[in-house]
Design a binder for this molecule. Sequence first.
Ligand code: KG4
Ligand code: ZN
Length: 361
Amino acid sequence: MLVLGIESSCDETALALVDNSGVRASVISSQADIHALFGGVVPELASREHCRLIGPLLDSLLAQSGLGDDPWKHIDRIAVTRGPGLMGSLLVGVAFAKALSLAHGIPLIGVDHLLGHLLAVEMEEPVEFPALGVLISGGHTHLCRMDSPVDMIVLGRTIDDAAGEACDKFAKMAGLPYPGGALLDALGKRGHADPRLFPRPYTHNDNLDFSFSGLKTAGSLWLSQHPECRFPAGDTPARERLGLAGQELCDAAASYLLAVAETLSIKAERAMSLFSPRSIIVAGGVAANSVVRSVFRVLAEKRRLPLHIPSLSLCGDNAVMIARAGWRMAQAGRHHDLSLSAIPRGQVIPEDWTCGAAQAC
Ligand code: KG4
Ligand code: ZN
């Protein structure tokens, strides 16, 4: 089965073709440089960029697919991110997918972006279910029980900032450009973490939710007490100036990331007292973080469970993961029709698929 995946939930426009044996073709265009000028994603600009890019990106995907003059006759499903995300951005992808579905008579599948992140790792290795899913991105921090690849129950979530936001905001306060998570990681690699410098917020309770606002406040306080440690300003790209950062900032970055990673791991371990997973999946943009990866490696070893974290290219937003999740939904007999709605951040993704033989729209 060959699935076309479409992703446009935030600031990446991406399309991919995935079949039973892996990725056939994939294209992605990031708007990060545009939003960096404003210190964060500007929703209106994001949706305009998706509109501008999605058509040419599809042409380029089909050109590299090797599917010949009539690629549509080979494509079995069109899977599109329906949410959660920025409404305007989602609408571009969903409307585009519906148009393709209608024009070519190919069944449509609306994909939960979070399920996509969690299934990305299946492109690289088989996953044992039930699994504990730890979804950490710029917009979400979820602990999930996954009884099968398509059955996901959210056990806990952030009540304020997501893990990625907590990283990006500390980076921004330290003088790094948006999105600062990866730059903070690069600084942290040169530092020594002090486990007592920052708190493990919202862990002295018995629930599975997260709150990173206390950590952010501690980070802001530390930076206000150490103004000389801020990342040096300059015209050359921040990545090229990383070497100019002082040791104290690198140590603080390492300590801050350790606080984020250990907070996630404390609650992940707590979730394992509710059910007995056969594996742990860590996914989303923040799964690219080196401290998070090593803290979860330790947790998985302690619990003697296989740990699945995608390679870096599959951690951030991409369409391969959406095509894979669509492929899984198709295997489970699920599909949508042209009434498929886009679901903004903060709302529950409805289970409104139709089960059974797929119908063309
Ligand atoms: O999953 P993603 O690409 O988009 C969303 O769905 O939100 O995640 C983006 C987030 C950003 O907050 C970014 O700073 C963070 O992932 N991120 C990192 C790293 N790479 C990306 N955070 C910490 N360390 C990294 N290496
Ligand atoms: Zn994402």
